[in-house]
Design a binder for this molecule. Structure first.
Ligand SMILES: Nc1ncnc2c1ncn2[C@@H]1O[C@H](COP(=O)(O)OP(=O)(O)OP(=O)(O)O)[C@@H](O)[C@H]1O
Ligand SMILES: [Mg+2]
Length: 265
């Protein structure tokens, strides 16, 4: 059971060159995979392709295949795909419907669009709010929440559609430390409950905490992949425009100062 990109190359509509070249990756059910890379490296493009938005919603040209459980998604209608792979973007405010007056309604929005019975939607919304730990926000106006809370509402809305995989493009990029902690905790819970997560982030501390594997993308190509601890300690990260986690930076500083000590795990 997996979401798979098989030798995917992708060119945006009107662009002269490809933004992704021959990218292959697999996200197993319940697995958390991080994607890092400099600005313009191709992280968002991977998210758009993995979720099926590119090319079917935004156009462009795709080579290779995107598969769910080995079945090519090219032939699936978008609503079917959206129910299997949810995608969220970095700016939480732009993800809200702007028409819902309560968080409960907001979270129900996507599930209602799947054409489910009302009782089913209500049950799903309650579950999604609980899974993210924001049941107490249900009656609040989604437009008057903190950035971190808004991001949680957006993710809960995806969860209510019961996708097997979530693709999160820089979920904490625009959040303050409190928002980052809030979203990090919620994602940790989701992963523990078995939702597969593909997370792009500049915040490698978040990935160090959540993901089992990390992929590095540079110039539209996958240049490295492996266990999180190994990849995030790779000395080439700087060349790829990625800041290592605080722990790795501290370890390096200690080494440079001649304090050859190992940090306790
Ligand atoms: N709509 C578009 N049309 C044409 N080219 C695009 C479009 N969006 C992105 N690109 C190009 O595709 C490449 C990858 O961009 P992408 O947005 O995936 O990078 P990113 O890793 O998400 O960067 P950031 O960290 O800044 O979000 C870049 O060269 C970018 O200029
Ligand atoms: Mg991006």
């Amino acid at each position: 059971m997996a979401l798979t990109l098989e030798s995917v190359s992708y060119r945006y509509a009107g662009a002269t060159r490809e933004s992704l070249h021959d990218v292959s990756l697999e996200l197993a059910d319940g697995e958390v995979v991080g994607v890092v890379g400099a600005s313009e490296a191709g992280k968002t493009t991977i998210c758009l392709v993995a979720s099926g938005l590119a090319p079917r919603s935004i156009g462009g040209t795709l080579k290779g295949r995107v598969l769910i459980d080995g079945i090519d998604t090219a032939d699936k209608p978008m609503h079917e795909l959206a129910a299997q792979v949810g995608i969220s973007f970095q700016n939480p405010a732009t993800q809200l419907s702007q028409v819902a007056d309560t968080v409960f309604e907001e979270v129900a929005f996507g599930a209602l669009n799947l054409g489910l019975a009302r009782a089913d939607v209500i049950r799903r919304v309650k579950e999604a709010l609980a899974a993210i730990g924001i049941t107490d926000l249900g009656e609040r106006d989604p437009r008057h929440l903190s950035g971190g809370q808004m991001q949680l509402v957006a993710i809960a809305g995806l969860l209510a559609m019961r996708p097997r995989h979530l693709v999160l493009d820089e979920p904490v990029a625009q959040l303050d430390p409190e928002g980052r902690a809030l979203v990090g905790d919620a994602l940790k819970k989701l992963a523990a409950a078995g939702t597969g997560l593909l997370i792009t982030e500049h915040d490698t501390d978040l990935l160090a905490r959540l993901s089992s594997r990390v992929l590095v993308v540079d110039g539209g190509k996958l240049v490295e992949s492996g266990a999180t601890d190994e990849v995030l300690a790779d000395p080439r990260l700087d060349d790829w425009g990625v800041e290592p986690p605080a722990r790795v930076r501290l370890q390096r500083a200690l080494l440079a100062a001649g304090l050859n000590s190992e940090l306790p795990a």
